[in-house]
Each structure stands twice: as structure tokens, then as C-alpha cells.
Design a protein around this ligand. Sequence first.
Ligand SMILES: Cc1cc2nc3c(=O)[nH]c(=O)nc-3n(C[C@H](O)[C@H](O)[C@H](O)COP(=O)(O)OP(=O)(O)OC[C@H]3O[C@@H](n4cnc5c(N)ncnc54)[C@H](O)[C@@H]3O)c2cc1C
Length: 425
Amino acid sequence: MKKLAIIGFGGAGYNAARAVRQRDREAVIDVYSDTDTAPGNPMLTTYYVKGAIPWEAMFPYGSLEQIAAQLNLNCRMNCPVTGLDAATKTLRLADGTQAQYDGILIATGASAVMPPIPGLDLPGVFKMRTVQDAAALKADLDSGAVKSGLVIGASWVGIKVVEDLVERSVPCTLVDGAPWMFSVAAFEQTARRVEADLRAKGVEVSCGQMLDHIEQAPDGRLTAVMQTGDRFTADRVAVCIGVRTNTGFLKDSGIAMGRGVTVDSRMRTNFDGIYAAGDCCEAVDIQSGTHRNIGVWANAGRQGTVAGANLAGGDEEFDANVLVNLAHYLDYDFISMGDPSICRPADEVYEYEGNGLYIRAVREGRRIKCINMIGSADGNGIVKSAFIKGIENPEAELDIKTICLLKGKGFPDGFINFLGGKRLD
Ligand SMILES: Cc1cc2nc3c(=O)[nH]c(=O)nc-3n(C[C@H](O)[C@H](O)[C@H](O)COP(=O)(O)OP(=O)(O)OC[C@H]3O[C@@H](n4cnc5c(N)ncnc54)[C@H](O)[C@@H]3O)c2cc1C
């Protein structure tokens, strides 16, 4: 009987446990978590804060008791793993004990970055990652004490905190150190539109603003002092400046790492029988061919499933690790696919505006490098699948079904042709 360990119980850990159980009814599966909650979906935290969903909805797979019973898991909650000897597949636990396994999955996710900048530990400065973060912010906003907010970090998480504030009519300012919003995903041209559209919804936006420190006045109000000398004052400050993989416990383990655990398309690390999945890992980015940490919910689930199947003796691959994201906020959609930083002035640009849709896409030869869209989250999945197929085979034309689906969703012929579609007469 195999003895397996899953470290971390989020989307990746849960899907791995399920995949193991589908193949192996006998294996002993020990799950280690540093929390006492069921596997949650961090992207739902801001929906809970604004009151759109109840507490339980942040846990899409059910309660811990249900999951443990259904999948026959030994859940060791509030039991962080503090070290790993990869050569002997031995875990060190916070209580000083050790446990040895036949196979291990590292699925420890990532945490919000709170760098050692003066003032980040002041009361009223918060982050957004865990259900506990969400509970604290919701209680604070529900109390009515928050009359203004400053959000530092104009990307996927920051924009959702902006939404939480705006929907409660709390005046809000959004700042970022990068020259424009969504800087890792958006072309400047797209970002300037996104910024203007956000200002039209009443949010102050200021980019190119690196935080120097935060001060607190005797009345509790906080002032973020920027390296430019500009000052932004608010009752609360949200720090949403990125995440760091939870891999500190792997120091000295011998596991190969970059910004996260390095894995191949089968989610294998450099040690036989040890896998990693989700936000804690760097899988191969199919666009660049290099290892890249792409922390998105769908990846975590799929990577967990693949790792779990392989832990149980299967041979599955994850072959869709690529930068794709959809930011839905304040009845607005910004969608990005691919990496704008690899685009060059000589590349061909397609731009369209009409019917509530803005598109900017760049390709080199037939190879699409990056697509930005504002509006039309509805057809997003079809464009994403065409984009991924194009990476796999840039010379292939879009099939007729995809062309019809894209036309049905209202995408202009010029865009369909740009993606690799033939003109349909
Ligand atoms: C506000 C917000 C908005 C988001 N929006 C989107 C979105 O729009 N689209 C999208 O695709 N993604 C979004 N994401 C990202 C998405 O939620 C993550 O990519 C995904 O949840 C990662 O799952 P995971 O299982 O890898 O990690 P996690 O969910 O972080 O789970 C890892 C678990 O491991 C535990 N752990 C850590 N260290 C240890 C240890 N040493 N021992 C034991 N346990 C440990 C952690 O406490 C955690 O419970 C968002 C995230 C946030 C916070």
C-alpha cells in the first residue's frame, strides 16, 4: 500500500487528492495544512467581502469533514510542514516529528508579499489572500468606520479590492509603481483606456508611484509617502503588490527552484516521486519555453490533477501553462493572453474598437504574441483556445468550428483573420 503526502490543501492539493483516489483506492493519503479550513478559492475572497457570496461559498469543494470522508484522507490541520529531506522523502513537522513517504506533492501556494517597508505593519494596513484576510476586511467595512481607501498595486488582486470599496461607496485611490495598470499583462495603449474607464467610475488612479513608507496620524489615518514625494492619505491601505511562493521550508532540501519549485509538464521535481503543483511551482510556459510561475486558479486545479494522477502511478501531462487572465470588476472585463513584454516595434499590430469591445493584438509572422481585450468576457474561452492552438502550431489555420464560434460571439472578421482564420464568404 502506497503512503503519500500532500503538503498544502488549496485548489491544487484538493484536486491532487481527488486524482490519487480515482486511481488508487488503497493508498494512505496524509494531507498537511497550516490552516484549519477546507480547501478554499482565494479569488472568491473579495466576493465575500462585498457580500455577494456567503462564507461557505469560498470553499467550493465542501466542508473538511465531507472531503476527508469522501476521499478517505488523513487531514492534519494546523500542522505546517517545516522541512523536507528530498533524498529520503521525509517531512519535518512543526511539532518536531518526522514522517516518511513513497510519494509527496508540494502544493503550498503563495502568500501576499509584504516587504520590509516602514509602516506596512501599522493598524489599518491590510493584504488580501486568505479567507481570514477577507473576514477581517469585511468586518472592518461592515462597521462603517472606513471612509476612504488607498489600494497599492494595480493588478488582479488590487482591482478586486477597489471594487469592494467602490461598491460600498468608499472613495478610493489606486496607485502602482509600474508606469501603467496591469503592467505584466497590458499594452500601454490598453492600460491607458482601462485607467480612463476606471477614473470615469470615480477611482483616482496614479501610476509610476513607488511606495517609500506609510505614516499614521494620531487620528489613525494613514499616509502612503511615495518615492516621488507624493502623499496619499486614507483610512485604510491595501497592499496588493504581488505574491511570493510558500517554499521557504524547502531551503536545503535539494529541490530545484527558481521563484517557485521547478517542475516539468508531468509536475515532477528533480527528485523521483516528489511533485509540485499550483501557485508554489514554476511549470514550463508554453509561449516562452522557460519555467514560469503563473498563479491562476485553473492552472492550480489542472496541475494538481496531473500531479495526483502521476503520484498514483499514471502518466499525465499539463500542457497549457501560459499567461492568460481575466479581470472582472465593476461590470468591466479586461482580458489578457500572452506576454506583452516580448512584443517588438516590428511586429504586426491589430486594433479594433466597436460594439463595446476593444481589442489590441500583436503577432510576429503568424505567431500571436499577446492579445488584450476590453469587454466580451463571453467569447474569452474561444479566443483563449485559438491562442493556445496557435502557440502549439503557428502555421495552422483556425478550424471552421472555431471561426463560426468567434463570429457567433461578435468578434470582427479582421480579428478572426489575424488569429489565423480564413475569410468565410
Ligand atoms: C484576491 C485574489 C483574486 C484572484 N483572482 C484570480 C482570478 O481572477 N483568476 C485566477 O485564475 N486566479 C485568481 N487568483 C489566484 C488563485 O486563487 C490561485 O492561483 C489559486 O487559488 C492557487 O491555488 P493553490 O492550491 O496553488 O494555492 P493556495 O490556494 O494558496 O493553497 C495553498 C495552501 O497551502 C498552505 N500551506 C502553505 N505552506 C504550507 C506548509 N508549509 N505546510 C502546510 N500547508 C501550507 C496554505 O496555507 C494554503 O492553504 C486570485 C487570488 C486572490 C488572492
